[in-house]
Design a protein around this ligand. Structure first.
Ligand SMILES: [Zn+2]
Length: 282
């Protein structure tokens, strides 16, 4: 049961305090029309970010399942837990793995987005999604949901573009985007300073060092993508600013909407062209 009072009030999408449905300006943070759909939806709401993190997780899982189903050879157990459930290269290329070959030979620029949602094995997707869910809430808290989405999307694109420029032929995975979150958190910690900023900075430095040690020990890891993603993430942090210094504004929301629309359209394009290929042959 909800009381009339609860029905007529909701959490301000910006400051997350309980306000009246009928209010035109949030009395706590001054946000105009806090109840409008444009301001209060899953992509813009500054909550703990569970909504947007869930959407990214679902997109990754759907693309992973699809990459296994369109070429069932990927379901065959190949004797090691590291490559358990590994989509085949043709399946990944069809759905849009990126790198110097797809980008510079095939001019398939859309793969800069799709590759962020494709993974090479069950282990690969599980590790990346755990990292995303460990880091996401911190980034959403300090940058707000809109800037989180932009940092994630642009770091994935930028990290993969940098790795392709350095000659990585084929690459996939959410880790360039996840490394972008690390870069943005490092920038935040360094820029904010103080006990909290320093704690964030040293914790995230640990993540970065761990990722590079892992990357140079295990063959086949795209270190250019990781380093590039971190650099782009830090640059996004610098250019977009964080909540404490610069409150979320309309241009932040506009950039994030552009990222969401591009990602949605590209993933749709990737899955539709596979559907057409499977139904009508190539
Ligand atoms: Zn408010």
């Amino acid at each position: 049961m909800t009381s009339p009072q609860q029905r007529n009030s909701f959490l301000c999408p910006d400051c997350q305090r309980l306000i009246s449905r009928n209010t035109t300006t949030c009395p706590y943070c001054g946000l105009n029309n806090p109840g409008s759909f444009w301001k209060d939806n899953i992509f813009t709401r500054n909550n703990d970010g569970a909504g947007i993190l869930k959407i990214i997780l679902i997109a990754n899982v759907v693309m992973f399942v699809l990459s296994l189903l369109i070429d069932p050879r990927g379901l065959v157990f190949r004797g090691s837990p590291f490559n358990f459930l590994s989509p085949t290269s043709p399946a990944l290329q069809a759905l849009g793995s990126t790198g110097s070959v797809p980008l510079f030979y095939n001019k398939a620029w859309w793969t800069l987005i799709t590759a962020n949602y494709l993974h090479g094995s069950l282990m690969h997707i599980v590790f990346n999604m755990i990292a995303l869910h460990q880091l996401g809430p911190l980034l959403i808290k300090e940058y707000g949901t809109s800037r989180f989405i932009s940092i994630y999307t642009l770091s994935g694109i930028g990290g993969f573009l940098i790795s392709a420029l350095f000659g990585v032929a084929f690459t996939i995975g959410a880790s360039a985007a996840v490394c972008g979150l690390i870069g943005a958190a490092l920038y935040y910690g360094k820029s904010r300073g103080g006990a909290y900023g320093n704690a964030v900075y040293s914790q995230l430095s640990g993540w970065a060092i761990g990722i590079f040690i892992f990357g140079f020990m295990v063959p086949g890891i795209n270190n250019w993508g990781h380093g590039g993603g971190m650099a782009v993430g830090a640059l996004c942090g610098l250019l977009l600013g964080y909540q404490e210094r610069k409150k979320e504004n309309m241009s932040h929301k506009f950039i994030s909407m552009a990222c969401i629309i591009c990602t949605g359209l590209v993933l749709l394009y990737s899955t539709l062209r596979i559907a057409v290929y499977l139904l009508f042959g190539g």
